[in-house]
Each structure stands twice: as C-alpha cells, then as structure tokens.
Design a protein around this ligand. Sequence first.
Ligand SMILES: *Cc1c(COP(=O)(O)O)cnc(C)c1O
Length: 392
Amino acid sequence: MTAPAPLLMIPGPVEVSPAVLAAAAGPPPGHLSPRVLEAFGRSIELLREVFQADGSSQPFILSGSGTLAMEMAAANLIEPGEAALVVGTGYFSDRMAEILRRHGAAVTQVTAPVGAVPPLAEIREALEREGPFKALFATHVDTSTGVRVDPEPLCRLAREAGVLSVFDGVCATGGERFAMDDWGADVCFTASQKALGLPPGLALLVAGERALTLRSLRQAPPPPLFLDWDSWLPIHRAYEERRPSYFATPATSLVMALAAGLDEILAAGVEARIAAHARAAAALRAAWEVLGLRQVPRSEAVTGNTLSVLHYPEGVDAGFLPRITARGVVVAGGLHPAIRTTSFRIGHMGYAITRPDYLQRTVEAVAEALREAGAPADPERAVAALVAGLGA
Ligand SMILES: *Cc1c(COP(=O)(O)O)cnc(C)c1O
C-alpha cells in the first residue's frame, strides 16, 4: 500500500472536497457538451453571488492561474501612459505593480513596513496629490505577509477620486468578506486553487459595469487577444444562456469542478463560509500563541483569515519545516524577500476549514516539530486552544 497523501496546508494549492474531486474526475467532457454548458453558465451566475456582484457585472472564467487574472485586469484597464496607484502590502502587490508597468502604466506605490497596511490618509493623499490615476490596485490578502487590507474604505476613496478600484482576491475570495456591489468595487479576481478550494488551473475575474464601459471606450490598440474582455464577452454571454460558443478551449474538467465547488460554498451562503474561515483562523491563532509563534501581520485588524504567516521562534530556522513534513503535513516557507528565511506560512482556506481534523493534524505537526527542534512547545495545550476556539 502506498503511504497516505500528505495534508496540503500551503497557501494554494489546497485540499479539495470529495464533491469537487468527483466533479473533476472522468474523461474530460467536450466544451460544447450540455454538461459543460450548464456548469459554465451556472458558474458565471454563482460567481456573482460569491463576489456579491450585481447583474450588470461580468464574471470571466479563463484557463490559467491568478497571475493571468492580474494580467487581464491590467491589460483591459490600462492604456499606455496612464497612471495606476498600488497599495503596497508585499510580494503580490509588487507583482501587480510590475505587471502594470509592463502594460505601460506609470505606477505609484504607497508602501508600508512588512506586516503593516499603508494608512488610508497616505492613500488619500497620493490620490489627491499625485493623480490623476486611472485605477487603484490593492491585494485583499497578501499571501507573502498575511496582511489583509479593508477594501471598503479603499473603494470609497477611489470613488471620491473618480478612480477605478481593483482587488486581487486570489488569497481571499470565498474566505474574506467582499461585497463588490455594496462597496462599489470595479474589478475583483481570484484563482481556483486558493480560498475557493478547487484544483489549480482557473483564473476568475469579475468586472463591474464602469470597468466594462471604460474598456469599450479604449483609445489605445486593443489588449492581447487572449486577455481581451471583448474576446470573451460573447462566449460568456452565450454560456450564461446555455448556448454553445467557442473562442478558446476552456478547461472543461475544471469547469465541472468549479460549478460543484461554488455550489458547495453557497449551500450555506457565502457569509457562512466566510464566518467559518474567521472561526478557524481565530482558533489557529490561539494555538500559535500557545506555541509562542508570533504573527508577521502587526495587528489582528490587518491579519487575513486564510493563512498564517509566522516568525520562526528563537533558535529555530527553516530546517524545522522538514520535521513538519515528516509528520504528514506540508506547509510553506517564507516568500517575501525581507522575511523569506525567518518566517513560514500555513494555508487554512477552502475545504480544509470545514475539517477540524485537518486543522488539528496541522497544529499537532507544527507543535511536535517545534519541540523536536528544541523550542519549548506543548502540543496538547496547543490542540486544546484550537479545539476551544473551534467550539466557540
Ligand atoms: C497566489 C497569488 C497570486 C498568484 O496566483 P497564481 O495562481 O500563483 O498565479 C496572486 N495574488 C495573490 C494574493 C496570491 O495569493
């Protein structure tokens, strides 16, 4: 018998549910088959619910990873020479800035120390003094620092300045509250393998009416064909009406998984799913505290609920990660250059947060590995803190 697969507790790809696995299994269906038309059309409708977007918004489902969604946002919204404001939270906001530059944007970044979020006053000031900007870009949860921004006031500031607001929800959507319509956000995107709890391979983007209108008024040459919303709009409208259409072949097996996964998330409502992420994250934070592990985010208010980014304790380094792996749980090392060798990351998003046994195995593995590495850790007390938190 082969050894059981290790528990994947990295910030994506993540563990997926049996229903999602089953939906993706079997021979890949054709892209014009009734099953795929239904799954694709239904996914478009369900994505509006997950992003809390209104009927005038357009969800896009593309084959690719989160970075493709970032490219798509930049390619459709930015004309060469236009200015973009990036809220700096870490590695992924830096990536957004680099992508924007490659699409010809003049990028201004408002930065903050690692683990902090730039103050709203500084963002307002940049919007007032350094514009005019076409769009403000922010990372809802930055997976390199664990830092979470509050999108609502950013949307408001952007609105007041007449600027589009765009959110990278790759490590957040489905795990953190996001009310696209209520807040007036213009674009939000994610990828399948993070908080939505699906296999990797789909880039998911929702564009609001204002963003779609600005794309249609574009003066510059059109974006690359594959990234252009105009390439995809007729196909997505056809799929939503359950009519066959073709522009570029969708990842049909993943689209089947997407519909099943979104159904699962929405069975109890997206708010319940988000509350479950918050509960799991709080219980894990209690366990980390018992183990003496300090968070990289500087306060609870800016700590995302989809992952933990933790400093190594005194006397422990990356050499302790294989001790966790040896216990059948996979976590991730540091990503942000400033803390790459001094921090590690544990994903807790998607299906995993509905499985107290997964969370417990993770806490046990981390605690035992810490003890083995010579840190004063008490696995039983850590698990008790987790269990108490989950029960609360
Ligand atoms: C993972 C991630 C990305 C990039 O997504 P890929 O699927 O790896 O291309 C972008 N932004 C954030 C916040 C992420 O967590």
